[in-house]
Design a protein around this ligand. Structure first.
Ligand code: NAP
Length: 270
């Protein structure tokens, strides 16, 4: 009889795991035996996501639900504190949650444009607040699910909330560029960003009329979560292919400037 192959089971937090690529990523990871922390914006959608994962064959004992509305930074902080408390080691964080920027510019209670906050600032804050569990072992990874649309974007440094000139697409694209740049920030863990492909989810209308299935997109995300996939720190992947991001994302100055801006925008209001 051949000796049993040790199976490396990880603890992975997937944000925006109630639908689309996030839910499918949670499904794939749970299916390979990982403990999956399923993040949802509210209790009802979270309960529903867990029910569907279990119906699909996931072991309920390997699933944890965490609820936080990313349009509220206090909820992001509270969730990070609970996760850090319950999981001294976090192997992988998948920053996947996102919204399309609304037709009319919308500010959160924190004073940030909503797509910038949900898609980027919440991920930035969550990652930093989880620094202890992410630093607990040397090989943890942060996978930012961004988008090829970042190539069309620029960061409006003096008007990040787009008060002067608002366009839904430019605002969403800015959030995706920010997430892509953030993957290059120095950290004790390995960060990358990935374009999962154009997929048939609630966000499809931003991209095209038809796309791959969310399950297909999730395979590209789950592959990067796998400890046997060697990652290039700070890299951007177009599905499975290592790909140069927009030139601006390669500038160290842009990384520093973005982190400074994000630090200011996520700071608790006195
Ligand atoms: N679909 C594409 O073609 C495509 C292409 C490139 C990149 N992407 C990226 O892929 C990622 C996943 O998107 P998707 O296409 O799978 O879209 P999706 O199905 O709409 O999933 C987005 C997830 O984010 C959650 N979310 C939305 N608002 C939130 C909030 N305020 N607080 C916390 N969570 C919130 C959603 O929860 P509810 O559904 O429960 O509201 C959902 O779980 C995104 O980062 C997106 O930018 C998608």
């Amino acid at each position: 009889m051949s000796p049993a192959v040790p199976v490396c089971r990880q603890t992975v937090l997937v944000t925006g795991a109630t639908s689309g690529i996030g839910w499918q990523t949670a499904r794939l990871l749970a299916g390979q035996g990982d403990t999956v922390i399923v993040h949802a914006p509210d209790q009802a959608s979270g309960d529903d996501a867990i029910t569907r994962l279990v119906a699909d064959g996931a072991n309920a004992l390997q699933l944890r639900l965490e609820v936080a509305d990313f349009s509220r930074l206090d909820e992001v902080r509270a969730m990070a504190a609970r996760v850090a408390d319950e999981h001294p080691t976090l192997d992988v964080l998948v920053n996947n949650a996102a919204v399309a920027a609304p037709e009319r510019r919308t500010l959160t209670a924190d004073g940030n444009e909503i797509a910038l906050q949900v898609n980027f600032l919440a991920a930035y804050l969550l990652t930093h607040e989880l620094r202890d569990p992410l630093s607990a072992q040397p090989h943890s990874r942060v996978i930012n699910v961004s988008s090829s649309i970042h190539r069309t974007a620029s960061i409006a440094w003096s008007d990040p909330h787009r008060a002067k000139r608002y366009s839904r697409l430019a605002t969403y694209a800015q959030s995706q560029l920010a997430l892509t740049v953030f993957a290059r920030a120095e950290a004790p863990w390995t960060s990358v960003s990935v374009h999962p492909g154009v997929c048939d989810t609630a966000l499809l209308p931003l991209y095209a009329h038809e796309g791959d299935s969310a399950a297909e997109g999730a395979t590209h995300v789950a592959r990067l979560c796998n400890p046997s996939t060697e990652l290039v720190p700070g890299a951007y992947y177009d599905r499975t292919t290592l790909s140069p991001p927009a030139p601006v994302a390669l500038e160290d100055r842009t990384v520093r400037r973005l982190c400074k801006l994000a630090d200011r925008l996520v700071a608790p209001t006195p």
